[in-house]
Design a protein around this ligand. Structure first.
Ligand code: BES
Ligand code: MN
Ligand code: ZN
Length: 493
């Protein structure tokens, strides 16, 4: 996908998406330009015949000629247009525009929204970010295994009366953030038959090569030498060898901050000996979404030459049932020396993360953030459109919650209280890996908190939001690329 910013007269697009508020008669320069090309027909359709009023998500399709089509997308009332709603309009408009565009170049109008509410207001730089990400969400498809006609858009144009350096900067961030989302979604969509720990490790090595990153890949023997025996146990029932990956991006100048991003990397979660029922197992190729997410993000950060040091870490393995699988009652010793009694082999993510988080203690970073499809319980509490946020530093949590809201993504804090400790009380080890049915998300987070020494550790539970069965207001069913926009904005802030 190519991205360009163009002045109105220079557009080469076969389809242009422009926007319209409800109850507003002010017309943009782009509208006037298109209206002229339509011999005033566009003006008549909209303002005389009222074919479209500009209500939120309303869409009007118009053909100026064989080569140029227009979509007018309704934004609703100006004062109630949040960044998130704007993103939803763009995604849906791009989706419905896809098949109308004949020359694979799609243009979108760059608008701004002046508003006292910070969650509504966006300038043109912010708009460039939002539009490019949202358009690419709308256009996304995983059609590798389909024989359907592929009418892929190859270029996205942002059009405005003038092109400023701010807009160019926003467009760059938008382009690489949307790339990270597509990369992540593609990797999650690919079957677990292909995406094994070894496959992901090879991918990491390709990425390291392409972006000149430092890379450590540890095989089974090296994982053992590092004393990550908790992580090792989870993968021992699989024919695929576990891999531990650690990629490092360093900026050319002294880094402003150092952050470790850890992604849960279970390439398939069958549940282990506590095998999952068929329906729950169906989408468990997505249990490596965390790993895919951090791999997407580091590429974007490297491309943008951000001024932070970024470590990405993933403990990759497959959770299977077999004669060699780990079992209930096993006692595992994690890298930091703490012992875990296995109460349920399906609570495997926290066991692998325990060692991944302990490993981060050796890196000398300022912050550790993990992202994991960790608990079914987070779906019960927050549903499929809100990500659970936890951690041990309220300042960091507040900052992340604020940035995610400004990024148009839904997040909500869940508590980690000492109170939860009793849930995991074990007679023979420091803790069990599961408690009862209650407070599953917080209990898992409390478990994790035992394996980091970081004073700024943030935990994102994306089990509900990473992979959806039904379309939401922005994304079709399947992988969502959730938290990538928030994390990118957080890292760049
Ligand atoms: N990978 C699952 C969590 C999950 C569930 C992700 C649904 C996406 C959708 C995790 O490994 C798991 O199985 N968790 C168990 C923990 C339980 C045994 C305490 C769960 O939530 O059921
Ligand atoms: Mn599991
Ligand atoms: Zn899992």
């Amino acid at each position: 996908m190519n991205f360009v910013t163009e002045k109105i007269e220079q557009t080469k697009a076969g389809l242009i998406i422009c926007f319209m508020y409800e109850d507003e008669s002010k017309k943009s320069e782009l509208f006037e330009y298109l209206n002229k090309l339509s011999n005033n027909e566009l003006q008549k359709q909209i303002y005389e015949f009222k074919t479209i009023k500009g209500a939120f998500q309303e869409i009007f399709k118009y053909s100026i000629n064989e080569k140029l089509k227009v979509i007018v997308a309704g934004l609703g009332k100006k004062e109630s247009l949040t960044r998130q709603k704007f993103s939803q309009v763009v995604a849906n408009a791009a989706r419905s525009a896809k098949t109308l565009c004949k020359n694979k170049i799609m243009a979108l109008e760059l608008i701004e929204n002046k508003n006292d509410n910070i969650y509504c207001a966006f300038d043109k730089k912010e708009a460039a970010k939002i539009i490019l990400c949202a358009a690419r969400i709308g256009l996304y498809e995983f059609s590798k295994y389909l024989k359907t006609d592929k009418n892929q858009i190859e270029t996205l144009e942002l059009i405005d009366t003038a092109v400023t350096p701010e807009v160019e900067a926003g467009a760059q961030i938008g382009a690489y953030t949307s790339f990270a989302m597509k990369f992540t979604k593609d990797l999650v969509n690919e079957s677990a038959q292909i995406v094994t720990p070894d496959y992901v490790a090879n991918l990491a090595s390709q990425i390291a090569h392409e972006h000149k990153l430092e890379l450590n890949v540890f095989n089974k023997k090296q994982i053992k030498e590092l004393k990550m025996n908790a992580f090792l146990a989870v993968g021992q029932g699989s024919v695929h060898e576990p891999k531990f990956i650690h990629l490092i991006y360093k900026p050319k100048t002294t880094p402003r901050k150092k952050i470790a991003l850890v992604g849960k990397g279970i390439t398939f979660d069958a549940g282990g000996m506590n095998i999952k029922p068929a329906a729950s197992m169906l989408t468990m190729k997505s249990d490596m979404t965390g790993a895919a997410t951090v791999l997407g993000i580091i590429q974007a950060i490297a491309k943008l030459e951000a001024d932070i040091e970024l470590h990405i870490i993933s403990a990759l393995c497959e959770n299977m049932t077999s004669g060699s699988a780990y079992k209930q009652g096993d006692v595992l010793t994690a890298m930091n020396g703490k012992t875990i009694e296995v109460d349920n082999t399906d609570a495997e993510g926290r066991i692998t993360l325990a060692d991944a988080l302990s490993y981060c203690d050796t890196l000398g970073v300022d912050e550790v953030i993990d992202i994991a499809t960790l608990t079914g319980a987070v779906i019960v509490s927050l549903g499929t459109n809100i990500t659970g946020v936890m951690g041990n530093n309220q300042k960091q949590i507040d900052k992340f919650l604020e940035i995610s809201k400004l990024s148009g993504e839904n997040t909500w804090q869940m508590p980690i209280l000492e109170e939860l400790k009793d849930n995991l009380k074990s007679e023979i080890a420091d803790m069990k890996n599961t408690g009862g049915r209650n407070a599953g998300t917080s209990t898992a987070a409390w478990f994790l908190s035992n394996f980091t020494k970081s004073k700024s550790w943030l935990h994102l539970d994306i089990a509900g939001t990473a992979y959806i069965d039904k379309s939401n207001k922005e994304t079709l069913s399947g992988p969502t690329g959730v938290m990538i926009r928030s994390l990118m904005n957080y890292l760049l802030s």
